[in-house]
Write a protein that binds this ligand. Structure first.
Ligand SMILES: [Zn+2]
Length: 171
């Protein structure tokens, strides 16, 4: 099986990722785009798995965003006040658009999340390590690790989705 395609009204094959028919030039209607997506999902276990990975990573990023916005439950305020809220807002946007462009958005989310976490340790090591003296601190560390693993999985899933859609991987 080569690339997944759907037939255009003119009879030519339109492949995944194309916004218009290369033969007649007609813009691809929304129904055909959805049909292509459904065809990929139906025909490829790998595609479904990769999509699920991206979904879980988006969800994990959303949880991280909410915890930053709430400046508490899971992570605590890494950088304090306003910057934590801004970071939460950025992560929330990334979580919402992650399914459209998983690789760049999730890589950025991982970079921001782990970067600020590391930065908070560098800026105030005493306060950072004091958190791990409590059960809650340990729980938050493991919570973050779990979210990070899901995010990394989402990047891998996103790379796989791209390959399958471009036909580089026979699915
Ligand atoms: Zn056409």
């Amino acid at each position: 099986m080569a690339r997944t395609s759907v037939p255009c009204a003119c009879g030519a094959e339109v492949f995944y990722g194309a916004s218009s028919c290369t033969s007649c030039g007609e813009a691809l209607p929304r129904e055909l785009k959805l049909a292509l997506e459904e065809r990929l999902e139906a025909s490829s276990e790998e595609y479904r798995v990769a999509k699920a990975q991206v979904f879980r990573a988006s969800f994990a990023t959303g949880i991280l965003a909410v915890s930053y916005l709430g400046a508490g439950a899971l992570v605590g305020g890494d950088l304090g006040g306003a910057s934590t809220a801004v970071l939460g807002g950025v992560l929330l946007v990334l979580a919402l658009v992650a399914s459209r462009a998983p690789v760049p958005t999730l890589v950025l989310a991982i970079f921001l999340g782990t970067g600020t976490y590391t930065l908070s340790a560098v800026l105030d090591p005493a306060a950072f390590f004091a958190r791990f003296a409590s059960f809650g601190g340990f729980a938050s560390l493991f919570g973050r690790l779990a979210l990070l693993i899901l995010q990394v999985g989402g990047v891998r899933g996103g790379v796989m989705l791209g390959k399958i859609r471009k036909g580089e991987v026979v699915a």
